[in-house]
Write a protein that binds this ligand. Structure first.
Ligand code: AMP
Ligand code: GLY
Length: 419
C-alpha cells in the first residue's frame, strides 16, 4: 500500500515510523515531513494545509490511504475534499472537527449531551465578557473560541488579569478572528490526562492513556508550549476513571457526533468529582502520540484500514505492558523566536540504544547532516519495564544528542513516578 502522511512534527514521525513497520507498506510519502521522516518516507514539498495540491498529489500517485496529523487542514476540510474524490483518508470532516476548532460549539455540544465539563458562558461581545467576569469565581479560565495553536487559554487569578485578557483577545484581537468569541469557564483542579480513541464512524477503540507537560519549565512553570514531554503508563487512570471516561464522555460523544471517523483526543481533568472534559482535539496529540504509538503492538496500518473500512469493532488492540516516556529537546528560546540551522550530532549513536526512538520535530536534512528547523527539535522516546527505566533511558539519550542551544525539562514523568 502507498500511504501519504500529512504534517511535519514528532507526531507525524511517530506515525510514519509505526507505518514503516507494516509488511503491507510499499511506499510512504510525507508532506512536508522533516529531516527524520526523510529516512523512512519520501518528502513531498507541499504544505500541510494546501488541500487542493495534496489531493492532486494523492490522485496522481494513486495513494491508497492518507493520514492527516494537524488540526488546521482538518478544520479546513481536507477530509471532505478527499472523500469527494473517493480517496480513503483518516480524519474527521470539517464539520466534525468543530469539536476542536470551535470551543463554543464544543461546549454547547458537551452541555446538550450531558458530558461532564467545566461550567461556562459564551461571550460574543466584550460587554458580555466583562459582565460574566463580575459574577465569576477566581481563578477563572478564558478561552478564545477558534484555533490558536495552544495560545488561546488564559487562567486568570484575579479580576484585573481577567479583564486584561479580554482586552487583549477581543479588543486588541491578539489572536485575530480566533478571539472574536470567548468562552469563560470554571477553573477545574486536578491532574490532567490525555485519552485518545480510534473511531470508524460506528464504533471506537480506546488507546492507552498519556500525560503531557505543557509548561516550558520544570515544576510546571513558565509559558504554555506545544508540549515539553509526555509519558504513558496504565496507572494514569484508575479502572473506575477509565470506565467513567469511556461511558460518560467518549460514548455519548460518538453517539451524538454520528459517523465521526479518525482520531478523537479528549483532554481530561481528573477532578475529585470524577473525570471532566476540558476539550476535544480532532487528531492525535503531540507529543502524546510518540509515547502511545511506541506502546502499540498492533500494526497501525491494519488499524487505519479498519477505520476506512468501518471494521474497527472486530479489532483487539494489543499494547506493550511497559511504560513509555518522551523528552522534547527544544531550542533554548522556545516558545519565543528561535534561531534555526544548528547542526545536530549524536543521532547515529542514539539509534544504537535498544528501546529508544528519536522522533524528529523541527529538523531538516541537508547533505547527510541534520539541522535544527524550529523551536521543538527532537522527541527522545524510550520504553522500559517501569516508568523510571523509560525515563532513565530517555534522559541518557537526551544528553548524548547535542546542538547549540539545546534545552529540555528535567522533570518529565515525575508525577507518574509517584503513582
Ligand atoms: P486547552 O487549549 O483547552 O488544551 O487548554 C490549555 C490548558 O489550559 C489545559 O491543558 C489546562 O492545563 C488548562 N485548562 C483549560 N481549561 C481549564 C479549566 N477549566 N480548568 C483548569 N485548567 C484548564
Ligand atoms: N499535546 C497537546 C496537543 O497536542 O494539543
Amino acid at each position: 500500500m502507498k500511504v501519504l502522511v500529512v504534517g511535519s512534527g514528532g507526531r507525524e514521525h511517530a506515525v510514519v515510523d509505526a507505518l514503516a513497520q507494516s509488511s503491507r507498506i510499499s511506499k510512504i510519502f510525507a508532506a512536508p515531513g522533516n529531516g527524520g521522516i526523510a529516512e523512512q518516507a519520501e518528502l513531498v514539498a507541499i504544505s500541510a494545509d494546501d488541500i487542493e495540491r495534496l489531493a492532486s498529489f494523492a490522485r496522481e500517485q494513486r495513494v491508497d490511504l492518507t493520514f492527516v496529523g494537524p488540526e488546521v487542514p482538518l478544520s479546513k476540510g481536507i477530509v471532505d475534499v478527499f472523500i469527494g474524490h473517493g480517496m480513503p483518508v483518516i480524519g474527521p470532516t470539517a464539520d466534525q472537527a468543530r469539536l476542536e476548532s470551535s470551543k463554543s460549539f464544543a461546549k454547547r455540544f458537551f452541555e446538550t449531551n450531558q458530558i461532564p465539563t467545566a461550567a461556562f458562558s459564551e461571550c460574543s461581545t466584550p460587554a458580555k465578557a466583562y459582565h460574566v467576569l463580575e459574577r465569576s469565581k477566581y481563578p477563572v479560565v478564558i478561552k478564545a473560541d477558534g484555533l490558536a495553536a495552544g495560545k488561546g487559554v488564559v487562567i486568570a487569578q484575579r479580576p484585573d488579569e481577567a479583564r486584561d485578557a479580554i482586552k487583549l483577545l477581543m479588543e486588541a484581537k491578539s489572536l485575530g478572528e480566533a478571539g472574536a468569541k470567548l468562552v469563560i469557564e470554571e477553573f477545574l483542579a486536578g491532574e490532567e490526562a490525555s485519552f485518545h480513541v480510534f473511531a470508524d464512524g460506528a464504533t471506537f477503540q480506546p488507546m492507552v492513556a498519556a500525560q503531557d507537560h505543557k509548561r516550558r519549565f520544570d515544576g510546571d512553570s513558565g509559558p504554555n508550549t506545544g508540549g515539553m514531554g509526555a509519558y504513558s503508563i496504565d496507572t494514569i487512570l484508575s479502572i473506575a476513571q477509565h470506565d467513567a471516561v469511556v461511558n460518560r464522555i467518549i460514548r455519548p460523544t460518538l453517539q451524538a457526533a454520528r459517523s465521526y471517523s479518525g482520531i478523537l483526543y479528549a483532554g481530561l481533568m481528573l477532578t475529585s468529582d470524577g473525570p471532566k472534559l476540558l476539550e476535544y482535539n480532532a487528531r492525535f496529540g503531540d507529543p502524546e502520540t510518540q509515547v502511545i504509538l511506541f506502546r502499540l503492538k498492533t500494526d497501525l496500518l491494519d488499524v487505519f484500514t479498519d477505520i476506512v473500512e468501518h471494521r474497527l469493532a472486530a479489532r483487539q488492540l494489543e499494547w506493550r505492558n511497559e511504560a513509555a516516556a518522551t523528552v522534547v529537546l527544544v531550542a533554548r528560546e522556545y516558545p519565543g523566536r528561535v534561531e534555526s540551522g544548528k547542526e545536530i550530532t549524536g543521532l547515529n549513536e542514539a539509534k544504537r540504544i535498544e528501546g529508544v526512538k528519536v522522533y524528529h520535530a523541527g529538523t531538516r536534512s541537508e547533505g547527510g547532516r541534520i539541522y535544527t528547523n524550529g523551536g521543538r527539535v527532537l522527541n527522545v522516546t524510550a520504553r522500559g519495564a517501569t516508568l523510571a527505566q523509560a525515563l532513565e533511558k530517555a534522559y541518557f539519550v537526551a544528553q548524548m544528542i547535542e546542538f547549540d542551544g539545546k534545552d529540555y525539562r528535567r522533570d518529565i514523568g515525575k508525577k507518574g513516578l509517584a503513582k
